[in-house]
Design a protein around this ligand. Sequence first.
Ligand code: CUA
Length: 328
Amino acid sequence: MQIPLFPEQASTISVEVDRLLYFLVAVSVFFTLLIFAAIFYFAIRYRRRSETELPQHVHGGLTLEVVWTVIPFGITMVMFAWGASIFFTESRPPDDAMQIYVVGKQWMWKLQHMEGNREINELHIPINRSVKLTMTSEDVIHSFFVPAFRTKQDVVPGRYTTTWFKATKPGKYHLFCAEYCGTNHSAMIGWVYAMEPEDYQQWLSGAPKGTLSEAGAQLFNDLACVNCHHSDGSGRCPSLVGVYGSTVKLAGGGTVKADEAYIRESILNPTAKVVDGYQPLMPTFQGQVTEEGVVDLIEYIKSLAPKPAEQSNQPRSASPAGLPASNR
Ligand code: CUA
């Protein structure tokens, strides 16, 4: 169903979100009408008919009270369960989703594709494919909002938030910042281009560039990370081969799952979680590497998997994990 006042339904979840909204509106309209009808009916039915009339005393009505408690309770529980199920769907990206990184800043959206394409205030995506956004901000809280996809997620400095969607219709859709973020908040807008998969592939191959993990490998070298993180584990710092997705033992007990957030934290605040058996030698790279650089490094570290990486849909170029000492 499509109501002209609504934004287009252009993602799989948009249909479900709208259905829930229609239900909420229908319930509200029904009870509004019921209450108004009852007001008028009672006002007329029980009006005072003479100056001396005294109303009858009424003492409780158990049936009535049970009815007006149980029915609204049932309805609100339906709203809760239905809303929660959509929320869970929206918060769990499918495993096969393609990854795109988003960095918000005053006042623009910067988007990075795995293949290396970088965009500002424009996002090109294929239809019929789940797309996972991993997002952070360079300054204040922004919010990534695509009405046609019914997707809105805060973008918060200092951490990664994720969202996902699967576009169903080719087209050009509004992208908004939905969190007041300063003077030019209203100008922090852009477009999402949902494309047929072939067109998307063509668009991807349009610009000459290296992949994110290649850029990360370069940065890994330039920042001299390679001096300590030897790929064979002989360095002063842990080898990063296969670390992504693994469970890391920490000094002082405890473990952590090596996900994007952990790697980001280890780059910007290395002493927060020190790996068991190693000294907290690593300096912070806060201020030396941009959020986009962190993303590149994360993708490079992900590519250092002992088994072939699963996320890539193209053969990767040889990984420069063991850069020779002369490259330092
Ligand atoms: Cu960014 Cu509002």
